[in-house]
Write a protein that binds this ligand. Structure first.
Ligand SMILES: Cc1ncc(C[n+]2csc(CCOP(=O)(O)OP(=O)(O)O)c2C)c(N)n1
Ligand SMILES: [Mg+2]
Length: 321
């Protein structure tokens, strides 16, 4: 396997990790006034899936959207400005972290009502098919979203109409403070449930970006060829609190020792060890970090020095379009 591929995937995950770490570090300044749901620890599904999507394929997401937005090519400056509530933000400073959007990059928005973007993405993908366009939609959803009725309605419709959509479930085993096994019978297997809805379905380990990459590659190729939906479940883990920049292991809703196991399964660490074989390569990695730090500093400066939105900015936007 080409080392370039590993390096690219590593770079994209590192970039997301470092951006979110910066958000966490500056959050207590209280200049970012929106809630933030960070993806630290679960960067691999976003990067491995979006690596195969073209500009004209679209992605939708939910409350935990930074990684998806960035992996799809959303503007970093506009994202950080959005978190600061500024008029140069991707939603004109009116949405915050949970309402990211970058139409140019094919990121057709994140909406924090759990499950709400699943039918919207299904509709967009259906539209592609009706217009005989070759594009697909990918929608990222959590394990909690698979408990919403609209998830099943969307599966049914996608199966029935042969809709070119990739459903990507990031199963981090939690919905806020409640573990999957306290919410669902242990007989409930999401892959089999989706298969029973007539959709090809796979489950894989979500902290190995190469596994994600190759499964996504095969699946997206198939969706484009057969114009039929596919569902992927990636098992992964959120390190920080559900919402906010802090560690929360002391709250004891996670079984003792579980966090430590998943910290050891860090998606970046695994790949970094594969890339570094000598000290020369280590120097290369340091230069990646330097490059990312520079980009982050520019984005935060852009956000902090921007204006807050003027009154009626949304109304003006709507009436001028
Ligand atoms: C319809 C709806 N119900 C409840 C909530 C509150 N809520 C916000 S995030 C969340 C957890 C969702 O869990 P999951 O889909 O697994 O995503 P994760 O946070 O683990 O990434 C809940 C219940 C909501 N936003 N929308
Ligand atoms: Mg979850």
């Amino acid at each position: 396997m080409k080392n370039d591929l590993k390096k690219n995937l590593y770079y994209n995950m590192l970039r997301i990790r470092m951006i979110e770490e910066k958000i966490a570090a500056l959050y207590s300044e209280q200049e970012m006034r929106c809630p933030v749901h960070l993806s630290i620890g679960q960067e691999a599904p976003a990067v491995g899936v979006c690596a195969h999507l073209s500009k004209n394929d679209i992605v939708m997401s939910a409350h935990r959207a930074h990684a998806h937005y960035l992996a799809k090519g959303g503007s970093l400056k506009a994202m950080i400005a959005e978190l600061y509530g500024k008029e140069t933000g991707c939603a004109m400073g009116k949405g915050g972290s949970m309402h990211l959007v970058d139409l140019k990059a094919g990121f057709y928005a994140a909406v924090p009502i759990v499950g709400s973007t699943i039918p919207i993405a299904t509709g967009v993908a259906w539209g592609f098919k009706m217009k005989k366009q070759d594009n697909i939609a990918a929608v990222f959803l959590g394990d909690g979203a698979t408990e919403e009725g609209v998830f099943f309605e969307s599966l049914d419709f996608a199966a029935l109409k042969h809709i070119p959509i990739l459903f990507v479930c990031e199963n981090n085993f939690y919905s806020v403070y409640t573990q999957l096994k306290k919410r669902q019978s242990n007989k409930r297997n999401i892959k089999k449930i989706v298969q029973a809805n007539g959709i090809e379905s796979y489950s894989s380990y979500g902290n190995d970006v190469l596994k994600v990459y190759f499964l996504a590659k095969k699946s997206i190729k198939k969706i484009k060829k057969n114009k039929k939906p596919i569902f992927l479940e990636f098992k992964t883990y959120r390190w920080l609190e559900h919402c906010g920049p802090n560690w929360d292991d002391h709250l004891n809703y996670r079984p003792k020792g579980e966090l430590k196991i998943w910290l050891d399964r860090c998606p970046l660490k695994k790949l970094k060890n594969k890339i570094i074989t000598n000290s020369n390569k280590l120097k290369n990695i340091n230069s990646l970090e330097k490059k990312i730090n520079k980009e982050i500093a520019q984005a935060f400066n852009f956000a902090k020095t921007a204006q807050f939105p003027k009154k009626n900015i949304i109304e003006k936007y709507i009436y001028s379009n």
